[in-house]
Design a protein around this ligand. Structure first.
Ligand code: GDP
Length: 520
């Protein structure tokens, strides 16, 4: 197969949702359809979400690096589909956001009973900013949930995106009788035996079951209304993330999945170009191999210091043992140890193409955002990955004052790696750490102890709203208060940490001349 054809058949997406919406279940079922696993229930990685954070550490230690590596490839209809999980719960961190930088589309899973939940919204915003196509899977139709029109309306108003239902449910809960497929205008009936396959936590909870006839009649009427009055189909809008194709189904009972996959491969983009620091796009079909690192998975086992750096191949072809240059240092190296994740196991990568995600074994060479290139292309460097606005903050210091040097070296490296964000107080230079998820602090503490031999003392200062300042020159000392605390970021930009929304609004009203902004 030619390079171009290999690349054209690749589709790389992130799966996003609020915890418990059914992301893991849907992933399992997608893999099942792709024939990647023989029976569902073997998806690694996610179950970590069910542990408390301390358990996560233990699991990491026991099983090494694999637990949270959550990238998988499967085949479907001649396509090679790369699916990237975005950890939630206590695992939520900046990595979750950065994962979205490495994909070309996103699949948003929504629990039909709950609608849009906070974490979905956060992740959606990052997708939106990137202008990537977003596909919506409304899950758990086998239970009573919100009415389909209500859900569409919620998506449209909360996320400001148009919707285009590709399927339409016939009833729900105990009266879930099937889905209407808009593409081939056929009804796929929900079979009784599918009902039986539902696991133990499935309860029949429809208060007033309606008859099959009644459900079909309503569904057909609704479907006609959608066709008449709904948003028009527009491929360009899908491509730009302005219109989301919507699917209804039940991941647990493997219903609505095939309809979803069928349409997904039709409309999801092939690997897209990425911009360099200089602003030039690198096309996926360029001959030279290029890629960037978007996530570094530390091994929590102190006996095994090696880490796994996740790289998105941006252009060309990666082959095992090839020479690649790390753009930041200019150093050339042979890349021999790379892995790719299939559902059942990891495999050594012999070759990978633009769009693929591979894990490189790392002994501390790579940083988040690093560019690698080789195979003939000239020197390039991809643009930096965005920094995200942290929400949680902690004061941190070394327990033992004699260990200051180790302490600062550790912080520097972990910050560079993107594990945590670094701030300090204005005059006293007291280090402050910022994170989007609590887990980042725990990983920081653990790694400082294990890798830099430094015990740290952490003092939570809680949730804050961080706002950067466009016109820093207009800042006055008097604006610094406990409710609008001025600190410095790692580049010495001044940042306000506001106590809450109220304090932010109050400040903006009192000092309208100060132009505040947030990172992503
Ligand atoms: P995640 O946190 O988004 O990865 O969610 P999971 O896939 O772990 O699912 C959370 C819970 O919802 C589990 O108990 C699943 O069995 C259940 N679940 C997932 N999909 C469905 C579905 O389609 N119907 C029903 N009734 N339950 C589901």
């Amino acid at each position: 197969m030619t390079l171009e054809n290999e690349i054209k058949r690749r589709k790389t997406f992130a799966i996003i949702s609020h915890p418990d919406a059914g992301k893991t279940t849907l992933t399992e079922k997608l893999l099942l359809f792709g024939g990647a696993i023989r029976s569902a229930g073997t998806v690694k990685g996610k179950k970590s979400g069910k542990f408390a954070t301390s358990d996560w550490m233990k699991v990491e230690q026991e099983r090494g690096i694999s637990v949270t590596s959550s990238v998988m490839q499967f085949d479907f209809d001649g396509y090679k589909i790369n699916i990237l999980d975005t950890p939630g719960h206590e695992d939520f961190s900046e990595d979750t956001y950065r994962t979205l930088m490495a994909v070309d589309s996103a699949v948003m899973v929504i629990d039909a009973a709950k609608g849009i939940e906070p974490q979905t919204l956060k992740l959606f915003k990052v997708c939106r900013m990137r202008g990537i196509p977003i596909f919506t899977f409304i899950n758990k139709l086998d239970r009573m949930g919100k009415e389909p029109f209500e859900l569409l309306e919620e998506i449209e108003s909360t996320l400001e995106i148009e919707t285009y239902p590709m399927t339409w449910p016939v009833g729900m809960g105990q009266s879930f009788f099937g889905i209407i497929n808009r593409k081939n205008r056929q009804i796929n009936p929900f079979r009784e035996e599918e009902m039986l396959k539902l696991d133990d936590d499935y309860e029949l909870e429809t208060p007033h079951p309606i008859s099959e006839d009644e459900a079909f009649q309503t569904a057909v009427e609704e479907f006609m209304l959608v066709e008449e009055a709904g948003d028009a189909f527009d491929e360009e809008k899908i491509a730009g993330g302005e219109l989301t194709p919507v699917f209804f189904g039940s991941a647990l009972s493997t219903f609505g999945i095939e309809e979803f996959l069928d349409t997904y491969v039709d409309f999801a983009p092939m690997p897209t170009p990425r911009k360099t620091e200089a602003g030039d796009p690198v096309d996926p079909t360029d001959e030279g191999f290029t890629g960037f690192i978007f996530k570094i998975q530390a091994n929590m086992d102190p006996k095994h210091r090696d880490r796994l750096a996740f790289m998105r191949v941006v252009s060309g072809k990666f082959t095992r043992g090839m020479d690649a240059v790390l753009a930041r240092t200019g150093k050339k190296q042979k890349v021999t140890r790379a892995t790719m994740f299939m559902a059942d196991d990891t495999e050594t990568v012999e070759e990978a193409y633009a769009g693929d995600i591979i894990g490189l074994y790392d002994t501390g060479n790579y940083q988040i955002g690093d560019t690698l290139y080789g195979g003939g292309g000239g020197k390039i460097e991809f643009e930096n990955l965005p920094q995200f606005t942290p929400e949680l903050f902690m004061k941190v210091s070394a327990k033992n004052v004699m260990k200051q040097k180790h302490f600062y070296k550790g912080i520097e490296q972990l910050v560079q790696e993107g594990a945590i964000q670094y701030y300090k107080t204005l005059h006293t230079n007291q280090p402050i750490l910022g994170a989007v998820g609590q887990l980042q602090f725990e990983v920081f503490e653990h790694r400082m102890k294990n890798e830099y031999n430094t015990d740290v003392v952490m003092e939570p200062i809680g949730k804050k709203i961080a706002r950067w300042i466009e016109n820093e020159e207009d800042i006055k000392e008097s604006m610094n208060s406990p409710r609008s605390n001025l600190v410095l970021d790692r580049y010495d930009n001044r940042v306000f940490l506001f106590e809450n929304e109220f304090a932010t609004r109050w400040f903006s009203e009192k000092f309208p001349e100060i132009k505040l902004y947030s990172l992503l």
